[in-house]
Design a protein around this ligand. Structure first.
Ligand SMILES: Nc1ncnc2c1ncn2[C@@H]1O[C@H](COP(=O)(O)OS(=O)(=O)O)[C@@H](OP(=O)(O)O)[C@H]1O
Length: 322
């Protein structure tokens, strides 16, 4: 008998599966948003290092000032599909906007800047599994990794197919207004990655960091996984797990989510472990040999004719390291 798998719940917006509590208006508004010349976008497929990059960019732009709270983080580096495009009007500048859209749907201007962060699909899948279990609106809190693996392989998770997303931005990796970087590169030499991002934003930021050893050390510290695990997780817990989430003066996207939670009688989560392992290679603790093989086959099939595999030289090893 074939096993019936548990699946998270999504809505369809513009052909993309999406978190059921998100406002379709906010997603539509994001796709239709006309970027300003000084807009910086941090674009990723979910769970590929978005939040880390948002913190790095914010620390560079603010010369080492951390976000004060989760509300501050949302105002200064808004997640546009979630909060709505109006947030870009009120955000202080220069600041970065987060989106998860594939290239053809992302608001585009040749003058705006785009930082695209890619991550090995196996680690992305594991991280996405934990994310989907953590947020109650997916109704997947008791889902298993095997359940989610199938969802991921079918491109049924939020923002759709991992490979289509990656390919859509990889094509633009050499555009002068795009910085294409991997999570693994950032982990291997975070200092170099911070300087690379600073230089992409403006040479003056890089010059400043190179002339001020204390500042770059401060940024490294404030964007480290240990620091963010302590501070961001606590800030997110305060936001999501208590009534602050229900405040009325929040952006339109949050109001929509609040209403959705209220109407659908969805319980708030009890804890928010958003910054989790923050490591490269956690997939080895989850993937079976068969799942690893399936992912490798899908990787080869989807990226045929490109040199994307060079991004992750160990992509074609199985759980035993062969
Ligand atoms: N400072 C820092 N350093 C390294 N890694 C970090 C950091 N902060 C967050 N993370 C890890 O990034 C993963 C979450 O990805 P995203 O921020 O893209 O998630 S989201 O799409 O915005 O929901 C998630 O990865 P996993 O630990 O593998 O689940 C986070 O732990």
């Amino acid at each position: 008998m074939t096993q019936v798998r548990k699946k998270p719940v999504y809505q369809d917006i513009f052909g993309l599966p999406m978190n059921i509590s998100f406002s379709p208006e906010c997603v539509r508004g994001t796709i239709q948003y006309k970027p300003r010349d000084d807009d910086i976008f941090i674009v990723t497929f979910p769970k590929c290092g978005t939040t880390w990059t948002q913190h790095i960019v914010h620390n560079i732009l603010s010369k080492g000032e951390p976000f004060e709270s989760f509300e501050d983080f949302q105002i200064r580096s808004p997640f546009m599909e979630m909060l709505g495009p109006k947030t870009a009007e009120v955000m202080p500048r220069p600041r970065a906007i987060k989106t998860h859209l594939p290239f053809h749907l992302n608001p585009y201007s040749p003058k705006a800047k785009y930082i695209y962060v890619a991550r090995n699909p196996k680690d992305c899948c594991v991280s996405f599994y934990h994310h989907t279990k953590m947020f109650p609106e997916y109704q997947f809190t008791d889902g298993s990794f095997d359940d989610f693996f199938e969802v991921f392989m079918n491109g049924e998770n939020d923002w759709g197919d991992y490979f289509d997303h990656l390919l859509s931005w990889y094509e633009h990796r050499l555009d002068s207004n795009v910085l294409f970087i991997t999570y693994e590169e950032m982990k291997a030499d975070t200092r170099a990655a911070i300087l690379k991002i600073a230089s992409f934003l403006d040479q003056t930021y890089k010059d400043l960091l190179e002339s001020d050893e204390k500042l770059i050390d401060k940024i490294l510290y404030q964007t480290s996984s240990d620091y963010m695990r302590k501070h961001l997780n606590e800030q997110m817990e305060n936001f999501y797990c208590n009534p602050v989430f229900h405040r009325n003066e929040t952006p339109e996207g949050i109001k929509y989510i609040n209403e959705y939670f209220k109407n659908q009688k969805i319980e708030m989560p009890n804890e928010m472990k958003f910054v989790r392992k923050a490591a490269v290679g956690d997939w080895k603790n989850y993937f079976s040999a068969a799942q690893s093989k399936l992912m490798m086959e899908r990787f080869k099939e989807k990226t045929r004719g490109t040199d994307i595999a060079n991004l992750w030289p160990d992509m074609f090893t199985d759980v035993t390291g062969n």
